[in-house]
Design a protein around this ligand. Structure first.
Ligand code: ZN
Length: 277
């Protein structure tokens, strides 16, 4: 099963596209009920399976293997839903091939954007979505514009010789240690955010910051931007607010790892790969 999924993910891709397009019976639909996605027979359904439902919002999001994909917001209580299985977005990482996962994550963020911007935050008028080619809603009265919100967050592997700094977070209770992370403040560069977060959470200073990679993380609207940094000076000391413990680990000493799908795990895996005998 694992191999089948891998084959799928290398052959398929999801290409997001913003334009006017009419849904047809054989369009692929990413239908959300509350914060859960509808799977029918363990797969993303075609429109003909859901068209009788009460659809509150519908938007074309792009194509996967030339099949048109739409995102739908269904007006129905989860508890009384008559069809298929409703799956939380977090669980989709283990269930969907990569192309469909990307489409689901993108669609989910558009659903949240639509729900949160029905009214203008400035004057309270009902907003409108007039441009099929641009992801923007606007207020007909005061002209305010609302784009989908993305919250950038840095995630950093701090390295000291052959050791990596990992932290135990207050909100994670399974004993897992992971890399440090934090949201970027308005007016702050990514590098400034890294220096501030590491100082606040671990009490140390870092240098030699280099880019690692990034990952959209739809819980609800983060973009995780991964970096590696070298320890510069100071003594590690957990802030005791978000971080309850901090340790330097050698590659073969790391106890409990974050989930495979996360960029946190990729950062730790990369450290292990570079520091194993
Ligand atoms: Zn307004």
């Amino acid at each position: 099963m694992e191999n089948v999924k891998k084959t799928c993910s290398t052959n398929q891709y999801f290409e997001s596209e913003t334009k006017e397009k009419k849904i047809t019976e054989d369009s692929l639909v990413f239908a959300f009920i509350g914060n859960k996605l509808l799977l029918v027979d363990e797969s993303i359904p075609l429109y003909n399976r859901v068209q009788e439902l009460d659809i509150g919002y519908i938007k074309y999001i792009g194509k996967t293997n030339e099949i048109s994909c739409f995102v739908l917001d269904i007006n129905q209580e989860e508890e009384s839903f008559p069809l298929g299985a409703l799956v939380g977005v977090r669980q989709l990482y283990a269930l969907l091939p990569e192309a469909q996962l990307r489409a689901a994550i993108y669609g989910f963020q558009l659903i949240l954007w639509n729900r949160k911007t029905k009214f203008c935050g400035q004057c309270g008028s009902t907003t409108t979505e007039n441009l099929a080619e641009v992801l923007v809603k606007s207020c007909p009265k005061c002209k305010a514009e609302y784009y989908p919100k993305i919250s950038p967050s840095v995630i950093v592997a701090v390295i000291k010789d052959d050791k990596i700094l990992l932290a135990q977070h207050k909100r994670i209770t399974n004993g897992m240690y992971t890399v440090l992370a934090g949201f970027v403040n308005p007016g702050e560069s990514l590098e400034e955010c890294i220096h501030r977060e590491i100082k606040e959470e671990a009490g140390i200073e870092v240098c030699n910051i280099r880019y690692f990679g990034s990952q959209p993380w739809p819980f609800p609207d983060s973009l995780m931007i991964g970096f590696i940094a070298d320890f510069d000076k100071g003594e590690i000391k957990p802030d005791n607010e978000e971080i309850t413990d901090l340790k330097w680990f050698k590659a073969d000493e790391i106890p409990e790892w974050p989930d495979k799908v996360s960029i946190a795990r990729s950062l730790i895996d990369s450290f292990i790969e570079n520091n194993s005998q």
